[in-house]
Design a binder for this molecule. Structure first.
Ligand SMILES: Cc1ncc(COP(=O)(O)O)c(C=O)c1O
Length: 456
């Protein structure tokens, strides 16, 4: 029996058969023209319009958006208060290569970013998107220390250019053919309590088993710490399934960085701007990074813009390394970003995110109790995930079930994101909690139908 939420009437009616006829025609042609690496993953509809957390397709079907354009639309779609200052700036200033000619909103944006981020960060570099920000941060780590090796964590995603796909390690397809050609990266398992290959930390060690692994194994057997520029970490694993390390890890990690003079870079491209329930995820642990990468939500979901923020040590001691690209910090993107930050300052966004976390813990937790095929349910602010397994004891991943749940959820009118390891849920940070609860009930129905269909 399908469980219908009491609040289901708050959501739009369920869509008709997908794809509808107009979407089907466009999708067929797109698949013929567009590189399959992209078009193979297209949803079974074509978007015609959006409003807040709702997406309407060419055939008039409306979906509840729990993906938010890969968490890059933080405050609901097509907000006039973000678009108006952006269009006004575009009309007045047009486009400009901000590396050569400054425009009037660059300084206020740089100052505002430094005001709202940890005090260790005193400098700003301009970026166009998250991938570029991460590339720049890696170059800066190497330039500032004169050392080649950067340590990352298995499970992280940083982008798909040659450098960022070799630095990242979310799923093997992303770096296939590239990793053998990209030197200078070493990886340790992400500190993921659900899938840690390590036991508890050893007595007399660092206090954290991932950092013990780095010390006892990687740095002892393979990598000279004097050749390491630093560490790059997603403070909460985003695409990789909403996993957060604990306080002991951060203490041990910062201790290791201090001991060897490594720079600590946090990739807050996905976690930044409220997604975790804090403005920036590192605030949860009081971590003061040397470099911080920002992107996605920084442009409020209406403009592409990114940044790398750095300490004096990481960014202050040289000026001879080119970074960025022609359209980093377009004048109108700066306007959108400033307007976005103003919304965070004026509206109770973070309070709403905490409500979304409460709803997610309740609803996803209940699903995990009911279905043994859910190994773990996670909710950190507006970052939420279900990890599917063949059975609880083995914890073997079940991507077939996970992908089917995503498909069944679309058919029920709810968009989720089936990533490499988990079904990710990333609503607008301002989504009303009751509507979010009703949408999660539809996800629960999708799980029920999928488990039944696959005979799990
Ligand atoms: C943690 C993280 N870093 C970097 C990136 C790359 O950002 P973009 O795709 O906007 O260039 C992403 C994108 O998903 C991300 O999640």
């Amino acid at each position: 029996m399908e469980a219908t939420s009491q609040n289901d009437n708050l959501l739009p009616a369920r869509p008709g058969p997908l794809p509808g006829p107009r979407s089907a025609t466009e999708l067929k042609r797109l698949r013929e023209l567009v590189y399959p690496g992209t078009s193979a993953h297209l949803s079974p509809f074509v978007v015609a319009s959006k409003e807040d957390y709702l997406v309407t397709d060419l055939d008039g079907n409306t979906f509840v958006d729990l993906v938010s354009s890969s968490a890059s639309v933080p405050l609901g779609a097509v907000r006039d208060d973000l678009i108006a200052p952006m269009v006004d700036t575009l009309r007045r200033v047009g486009n400009e290569d901000s590396h050569g000619i400054a425009s009037e909103l660059m300084l206020p944006l740089a100052e505002k970013l430094l005001e709202i981020t940890p005090a260790s960060l005193t400098r700003v570099d301009l970026g166009l998107n998250g991938t570029e920000a991460v590339e720049t941060a890696v170059k800066m780590m190497r330039r500032a220390t004169g050392r080649p090796t950067v340590i990352g964590f298995l499970g992280q995603y940083h982008g798909e250019t040659a450098m960022t796909s070799a630095l990242g390690a979310e799923e093997v397809e992303i770096s296939r053919g590239i990793r053998p050609l990209s030197a200078g990266f070493a990886h340790a398992p992400y500190p993921n309590p659900y899938r840690s290959p390590f036991g508890p930390p050893r007595a007399g060690g660092s206090g954290d088993s991932t950092i013990d692994f780095l010390r006892d194994h990687l740095l002892f057997h393979a990598v000279d710490p004097a050749e390491v520029a630093g560490v790059i970490i997603e403070p909460i694993l985003g695409s990789g399934g909403c996993v957060a390390p604990d306080g002991a890890f951060w203490k041990a990690l910062t201790g290791l960085c201090d001991e060897y003079g490594w720079l600590l870079t946090v990739d807050e491209v996905k976690t930044g701007f409220g997604r975790s329930g804090e403005m920036f995820a590192v605030e949860r642990w009081g971590v003061e990074p040397d470099l911080m990468c920002l992107g996605k939500a920084m442009g409020g979901g209406v403009a592409p813009i990114a940044a790398v923020l750095g300490s004096e040590e990481a960014m202050g001691g040289y000026d001879d390394m080119p970074t960025g690209s022609t359209w980093s910090w377009l004048p109108w993107a700066c306007a959108a970003s400033l307007a976005t930050i103003e919304v965070f300052e004026k509206e109770p966004v973070l309070e709403n995110v905490r409500e979304l976390e409460r709803v997610g813990r309740e609803k996803l937790g209940a699903m995990a109790t009911r279905f043994t095929q859910i190994g773990e349910a996670r909710a950190i602010g507006g970052f939420q995930a279900l990890e599917f397994v063949t059975e609880r004891e083995s914890r073997n991943r079940d991507p077939e079930l996970q992908h089917l749940v995503e498909r069944r959820a679309v058919e029920l009118g709810v968009l989720t994101d089936s990533s490499s390891t988990s079904l990710n849920i990333q609503p607008s940070l301002l989504m009303p909690p009751d509507e979010f609860a009703a949408a999660l009930d539809r996800v629960g129905t999708a799980v029920e139908e999928s488990v039944r269909e696959l005979g799990r």
